[in-house]
Design a protein around this ligand. Structure first.
Ligand SMILES: O=CC(=O)O
Length: 322
């Protein structure tokens, strides 16, 4: 793609190397600069580049961007965007599916292993010379050969299954649609039409669904009570998929063993949130895609979507309402 200095876009929260990619194709207007003079910048903006932590694309913003062709989101989840509202302004929405799946599946496995084997606690013990090292008091649970239940078997869920196969895990999955027999065989996954069957049998339950009205609160008090008391809940989807109050209660009462969460609601959690002080909750601040390689791939894909929209061409990853 050739440089196109007549294209304008927002910019917020980008690493330097990715800014270079953006600048090859767009003049950049940072969100904070835009806010200082919307009347000057607004009419020129043709593409908004955003992450899910950015301010929402509200009607007042959309009205102030008459030349806008596309909102291009870094990441697969677009639950923070009202696609039909945005489309009603003649603006397309794009995301970056595919390129985020490996890194997100890696984080799911990282959380699973860290929680199972108390890696964070042991790191604290190892670096604190005052602590007595008594491993018997902090036994981990075995990952190899255990049962993993994956809820949401899209690209990310499937990549979690691929990784789990290397740990000789028994893999159960629950998904709106059953995967093909070849997909199931390739990772040795068994379909559970009924989610409770998966919850009852799994030592680890990994959530990899998109957040929709159907998946909001999918794991609540009842579902947690169906899980084994020795089970660990891993969430790399969205915080709202889990009823957090019910989760706190389940972790306190021993209804389940532990939770390892890359996503919460809200993000970040307020400093006094009970989840932050529970010894059996391991929290990371939504870093599923946060590697250099994946970030660069996301930005490249965001740019491809934006350039296509500005040129009036089909978008590689347009989000279309079903
Ligand atoms: O949260 C990350 C994503 O939606 O890709």
């Amino acid at each position: 793609m050739s440089p196109c200095p007549n294209r304008f876009s927002f910019l917020e929260g980008y690493i330097e190397e990715s800014v270079d990619i953006l600048k090859r194709h767009f003049h950049i207007v940072c969100h904070k600069d835009f806010l200082q003079n919307p009347a000057l910048h607004g009419p020129k903006i043709q593409a908004v580049f955003m992450w899910n932590c950015c301010p929402a694309a509200e009607p007042s913003l959309l009205k102030s961007l008459p030349s806008l062709k596309v909102i291009t989101n870094g990441g697969v989840g677009i639950d923070h965007l009202d696609v039909s509202l945005i489309n009603s302004f003649g603006v397309k929405v794009a995301n970056t599916p595919g390129v985020v799946s490996d890194a997100t599946a890696d984080i799911a496995m990282g959380l699973l292993l860290a929680s199972a084997r108390n890696i964070v606690e042991y790191n604290m013990i190892a670096v604190d010379p005052k602590t007595n090292y008594v491993p018997q008091n902090l036994m981990g649970v075995e990952v190899t050969g255990s049962t993993l239940g994956i809820i949401g078997m899209g690209d990310i869920g499937y990549k979690i299954a691929q990784r789990s196969k290397g740990f000789n895990m028994r893999i159960l999955y629950h998904n709106r649609n059953r995967r093909s027999a070849e997909d199931e065989q390739a990772v040795g996954a068994t379909y559970c039409k009924n989610m409770d069957d998966l919850l009852k049998e799994s030592d680890f339950v990994a959530l990899a669904v998109s957040l929709t009205s159907k998946t909001t609160g999918l794991i609540g008090r009842r579902e947690l009570s169906v899980m084994k008391p020795t089970a660990t809940l891993v969430n790399v989807s969205r915080g709202l998929v889990v009823d957090q109050d019910a989760l706190v209660e389940a972790l306190r009462s021993g209804t389940i063993r532990a939770a390892a969460l890359d996503v919460t609601h809200p993000e970040p959690l307020p400093r006094d949130h009970p989840l932050l002080s529970l010894p059996n909750a391991l929290i990371t601040p939504h870093i599923g895609t946060n590697t250099f390689a994946t970030t660069m791939k996301m930005v490249e894909r965001m740019v491809e979507n934006a350039v296509a929209a500005v040129k009036g061409l089909p978008l590689p990853d347009e989000v279309k309402l079903k």
